[in-house]
Design a protein around this ligand. Structure first.
Ligand code: RM4
Ligand code: MN
Ligand code: MN
Length: 424
């Protein structure tokens, strides 16, 4: 579905005076407001190709209709999001859920929608039809060399798809681990994994990055071979300069201090990318910012402080991706909310007065430090985010416009009610 060009202008016009009042207020209080706006305009968050349909749980799935039936329709959906919010200018593909059949036409379509291809994702956690060996007992960690080779070959194939599409990174998430004590020799499993990743690393183009994603548990429940940031960092260090750690917000044990992990990885030059989502208990894959917005802000605060220290470009030097699954909400509305939450946390973190915070830290002025952080977090930056979005051509309020244009109904008309997108 293509948005009618005028609909965004009309919508923005309708809310113009309402917006102007709140924007004038905040622009008088924030120093360097144009600098903040430019950074917000540059910041793009990749949408995962596997999150455009309803996810479901292992108990059931409740598709809402109009889901994209193929990669082309997924690109159109991300294009629509980007048209509305001007901040979703990239798509991250999962292979083999989204194998491109004709690179030329897929690239052309993405270009038409102003999208680039972010990290490619391999899948050695499910068995596919016609696959020779099973991943039931792992992939790169497997005791059987033939199975390890199958996983390596698949991952290299994913890189090759990415090269054709102009992607520059690969995310490897392995479900490998064990569900019962004694099932696995931990050392051998880790060494096999390192050996496999090294083979993959040697074929990775020089201008690519490989992101090693960790996860504490699930689908294995006793041990996970790349279970935490320590193991991921160990692998990244052993692999070499093109290898980095990827932080998925839902992949930690409860109450982990993710902002401190981020800070440490940045210090080591080994933070590569992010999978944004939110959670209450485990890898819940909920809408970013829906449960712990303060944590999201604190993470962005560390990101900005750490990246500025290293003169890194906020928009382009790390991979920013959403990794969520939608069980009860419209996936497109959910993604709009996630992107908005990320932009809000980023904007709030840009407001932190780092100079005064450093002084407070040097004086052990704990109260002042808290005042500074919470002062930024409690600032309503939504007018800044909306202004940046409109300056870039997007809508004042993407969800309201999405609803008033009845986008989902249109998609159901176009694609039918009983459609199921590949993915989670
Ligand atoms: C995993 C992990 C990966 C994602 C899969 C679908 O839990 O988060 O990044 O690709 O789910
Ligand atoms: Mn993830
Ligand atoms: Mn996950």
């Amino acid at each position: 579905m293509k948005l009618d060009e005028n609909s965004i202008q009309e919508h923005n016009q309708q809310f113009k005076s309402k917006h102007q009042l709140s924007f004038d207020f905040i622009s008088n209080t924030v120093p360097n407001v144009n600098r903040v706006l430019d950074k917000l305009i540059d910041f793009q968050i990749a949408v995962p190709s596997w999150a455009l349909g309803s996810g479901g749980t292992r108990f059931g799935r409740f598709p809402g209709g109009g889901e994209p039936r193929n990669l082309e329709e997924k690109i159109e959906d991300v294009g629509l999001l980007h048209r509305l919010n001007s901040s979703s200018g990239a798509i991250s593909l999962h292979i083999p859920w989204d194998v491109p059949k004709d690179y030329g036409s897929i690239k052309e379509l993405a270009k038409e929608h102003g999208l680039r291809f972010d990290a490619m994702n391999s899948n050695t956690f499910q068995d596919q039809d016609g696959q020779e060996h099973s991943y039931k007992f792992g992939s790169l960690q497997h005791v059987d060399k033939a199975i390890r080779k199958q996983a390596i070959d698949h991952t290299i194939e994913v890189i090759n798809h990415g090269i054709e599409l102009g992607s520059k990174s690969l995310t490897v998430w392995l479900a490998d681990g064990s569900s019962f004590p004694g099932q696995l020799n931990f050392r051998n499993a880790f060494q096999n994994t390192l050996e496999g990743l090294s083979e993959i690393y040697t074929v990775l183009p020089d201008d690519w990055k490989i992101f090693v994603e960790y996860k504490a548990y699930e689908p294995n429940f006793y041990s996970t071979t790349v279970g935490d940031w320590g193991k991921s960092l160990l692998l990244a260090n052993k692999l070499g300069p093109k290898a980095y750690t990827l932080v998925d917000l839902g992949h930690h044990l409860p109450n982990a201090n993710i902002e401190q992990i981020v800070s440490t990885l940045l210090m080591e030059g080994k933070l590569g990318g992010f999978h944004f989502n939110d959670s209450k208990y485990g890898d819940d894959d909920l809408t970013t910012g829906s449960i712990k917005p303060y944590q999201l802000f604190l993470i962005f605060n560390e990101l900005i402080e750490g990246m500025d220290e290293l003169n890194m470009n906020h928009a382009s030097d790390l991979g920013w991706m959403i990794d969520a699954s939608h069980n009860v909400k419209d996936p497109l509305e959910d993604l709009l909310q996630s992107v908005e939450a990320i932009m809000i946390a980023y904007a709030q973190a840009l407001l932190v007065d780092t100079k005064i915070l450093k002084e407070a830290q040097l004086n052990n002025d704990v109260t002042k430090a808290q005042e500074i952080l919470q002062g930024a977090f409690r600032t309503d930056v939504r007018p800044l985010v909306a202004e940046a979005r409109m300056r870039a051509g997007g809508a004042f309020d993407p969800i309201t416009l999405f609803r008033s244009l009845k986008v989902r109904d249109e998609l159901v008309k176009e694609r039918g009610y009983k459609t199921v997108a590949t993915g989670l």
